[in-house]
Design a protein around this ligand. Sequence first.
Ligand code: PGA
Length: 242
Amino acid sequence: MRKPVIAGNWKMHMTCAQAKQYIQAFLPLVNQTPNDRHLVIAPPFTALSTLAEELKGSLVELSSQNVHWEDDGAYTAEISPMMLTEFQTKYSIVGHSEPRKYFSESDEQINRRARSAQAHELIPIVCVGETDEQRERGEAERVIRRQIEQGLEGTDPEKLVVAYEPIWAIGTGKTCEAEEANRICSLIRQWVGSSDLIIQYGGSVKSNNIDEIMSMSDIDGVLVGGASLEPNSFARIANYQN
Ligand code: PGA
C-alpha cells in the first residue's frame, strides 16, 4: 500500500513570525484528517526550527527545500543533512525546477543530494518534469526518463518520493490534465521498476482540482506551491476526498 504524501512547498515565503501564525491557523483544520496520508510542509531553512517547535505532537511532518551532499565543509550557502535532521526534518526536496533553472543544478548534483539524503534517513522528494518547448517537440518522455535515470541512480526506491512537475504547469494556473499526469507517473513507475514508489504530481494543484488528481491510480500525492501558502486552501487539499 502506497501512503500518499501531500506536501506544501513554501518556496521563498514566510518569516518565522508568519510561519508560526500559519501553523496556529492550519493545525485545527487538519485535526480530523485521516491518517491514510502524510502531511508535509517544506518551509525556507530559516523557519525549520520554528516549525519543528510548532508541529510537536501533530501529524504534520517537515521537509527542507534542498540538501547538500556533504556532512560539512567549505560550501558557503549550503545546508547539510545533519543540520536538517537536527530539527526532525523527514524529507528534502531535491531537483526542483527553480534551482535547476536559476542555479543550473545538474542531474548529477541532484543525484548526489538524493543519495546523501537517504544515507541520513531523509526521504528525498526528487522533482522531474519537462518544459513547454520540450513537450511541444515531443521530447517530454525522453527528458523525464533521463532525469529519472541520472537523478535516481543508486537510490533506494522504497525511501524515495518522485514528484512529476511539468514546468509549464508550475505557478501558471495551467494544470496538466489528470489523465496525462497519471500516464507520465505510470511511465515513471515502470522506468524505476518499483510498485512501491510514491509518485506525486505538482503544478497548479488547487482546492478545486485536488480530488480529481488524487483519484488517479498512479498519483500518490501532490507537491503544492502557491495553494499551500494559505492555511484554508492547503487544509482543503490535505483533506482531499477519496
Ligand atoms: P505551484 O508550484 O503549485 O504554485 O504551481 C508547485 C511547485 O513548484 O512545487
